[in-house]
Design a protein around this ligand. Structure first.
Ligand code: DGP
Length: 117
């Protein structure tokens, strides 16, 4: 899928619109979801423009691993690692993706149902 550089996460990366940022490094940015679905709801996004997980290539392996390790580091530093947390990546509209810049949801602070809806 073609990446649309005007999407809202691109604008957060460009600091054109504000977000509650918890972590930033050379490869990713983590911030609180504006519409939290759990007491803790963070988003970890790559700086590299990629619309969906479905578009990932072999060259993206390091970046994808970095997003997950960053999520684990945030879980530890924010104090919910031991309590448990859920990682969600919606890829495509049918899966519920609404912002087409790849992102990892990090949800914590309540019991999680399975199967997910
Ligand atoms: P998804 O449905 O998987 O594409 O998730 C997109 C998430 O992005 C959704 O949980 C709401 C969040 N979101 C949308 N717009 C903004 C925004 O402007 N700021 C922040 N912090 N989160 C946003």
């Amino acid at each position: 899928m073609t990446y649309d550089p005007t999407n809202v996460f691109a604008r957060i990366l460009a600091k054109e619109i504000p977000a509650e940022i918890l972590h930033e490094d050379d490869r990713c940015l983590a911030f609180r979801d504006v519409s939290p679905q759990a007491p803790v709801h963070l988003l970890v996004i790559p700086k590299r423009p990629i619309a969906r997980l479905a578009d990932a290539q072999r060259d993206d392996r390091d970046m994808l691993g970095h997003l997950l390790v960053t999520a684990a580091e945030l879980a530890r530093s924010q104090g919910f690692a031991e309590d448990g947390f859920r990682i969600v990546v919606n890829s495509g509209e049918r899966a519920g993706q609404s912002v087409f810049h790849l992102h990892v949801h990090v949800l914590a602070g309540r019991d999680m149902a399975w199967p997910p809806g």
